[in-house]
Ligand binder design. Structure first.
Ligand code: SF4
Length: 388
């Protein structure tokens, strides 16, 4: 399928350069790919980005014609049309109009989001190492027409730094999707150093999907940059045990070799119907993360409502609660994440009482849609649409 040398294969830039990103290239990589589906991908890519590294393609199960198998968990997450279908009906809350995660009033600069008091999110590139069908940053990452793509001019960067300096309550800066690790080490180092120079910033977190889609990105120099500039935590994203490979393990080993094994590694996991909404799969994922890869399963997120394939991946909140409760007595509690919903007014930890609580109520709206009414971190009542 791909003919890179061993050296090329383990070069993250080679993986990026050779990513499958177009319906035209599908012909080359999968000669027996059904033409009708290829045309659907062509339609998809008119408005959305997609891309899959050769490494990720190599992990996918293939069907009898050598094409990505539609039931494979990585295919389902990343391969448009074959893996996930677009329903075009992104969910939202209450009024039924899609509400993006980035509310305009939270964006003092085009790349800085200030949702919670004590932390800000910086979104550097608008690109990712692969594009997930459940992405809740879809308007920034996948959507070619949203106008939300960030352009990090020198002015935007300086304005963002000034904003953090002028808000002493901000003690944590999070670099999140698109993927910071798509930047070259030298650029990335400048950005992190600038943030680290701000006195009120006590913690710096980097979220990345690199370990799943291009683990070769964790090179020596990157680990040194993270160590020298004391990046506090890596927010790592995994959805299925198949993503935890020997290459991922080797990448994590590099932190020990370069003297930064102590960096906190926390996993954020989306709950996805057909991919991981299953006790055995989640148990294997949580235990592999915790016991074999020394990554703490941190958040299990209910399927994200703004994503292109929301209805395909959605399972109810109550189902998530049931899965969590079944796992409670099967795995060590430290390996169990907290279950959360990502509401645009702020994420909310879901209580594990299956009938709800006085501040987290399972109800129906006027159209008989299941909804949840809950009191958020500010004490305001919010609504969350909870369709199966
Ligand atoms: S931001 Fe994260 S979830 Fe979204 S496409 Fe990129 S890697 Fe996937």
């Amino acid at each position: 399928m791909y003919t890179g040398t061993e050296r090329e294969w383990s070069d993250w830039r080679w993986q990026e350069r050779n990513s499958l990103r177009s319906s035209a290239k599908i012909r080359e990589v999968f000669p027996q790919f059904p033409e009708e589906e290829r045309q659907q991908v062509a339609e998809y890519e008119r408005t959305r980005r997609w891309g899959i590294t050769p490494y990720t393609l190599s992990l996918m199960e293939k069907d009898e014609l050598g094409n990505p198998h539609p039931k494979d968990p990585l295919v389902m997450q990343t391969f448009p049309v074959r893996g996930f279908r677009l329903d075009g009906a992104r969910d939202s809350y209450g009024a039924g109009k899609p509400v993006n995660w980035e509310l305009p009033e939270e964006m003092p600069t085009p790349i800085l989001q200030h949702k919670y008091t004590n932390k800000v999110i910086l979104r550097m590139p608008s690109a990712c190492l692969a594009y997930c069908g459940y992405c809740f940053e879809v308007e920034r990452t996948e959507d070619k027409e949203s106008g939300r793509e960030s352009s990090v001019t020198s002015q935007v960067w300086q304005d963002s730094l000034r904003y953090v300096r002028e808000h002493p309550e901000v003690m944590e800066v999070i670099f999140s999707g698109g993927d910071l690790l798509l930047l070259e080490n030298s650029t990335l180092e400048e950005r992190i150093a600038d943030v680290r120079a701000i006195l009120n910033v006590r913690a710096v977190r980097v979220h990345t999907r690199a370990l799943t889609f291009n683990p070769f990105r964790i090179d020596d120099k990157l680990v040194d940059v993270l160590r020298v500039h004391r990046v506090t935590e890596l927010g790592l994203h995994f959805s299925h045990p198949n993503e935890l490979t020997a290459d991922v393990k080797e990448a994590l080993e590099r932190f020990n070799e370069r003297g930064y094994g102590s960096i906190l590694k926390m996993a954020q996991i989306p709950l996805l119907k057909g991919v991981n909404d299953d006790v055995a799969v989640l148990e294997e994922l949580f235990m592999k993360l915790y016991a074999e890869f020394q990554i703490k399963p941190y958040y299990l997120y209910h399927g994200l409502p703004w994503s292109p394939a929301a209805s395909q991946f959605r399972t109810s909140v109550r189902r998530g609660v049931q899965l969590m409760n079944r796992m409670k007595h099967r795995i060590p509690s430290v390996a169990l994440p907290v279950f959360a919903i990502a509401h645009h007014k702020g994420k909310h930890i879901v209580p594990l009482e299956e009938e709800g609580t006085p501040e987290f109520k399972y109800e129906k709206d006027e159209a008989e849609n299941p909804i949840i009414r809950f009191k958020n971190w500010k004490g305001d009542w919010e609504v969350y649409l909870d369709r199966e």
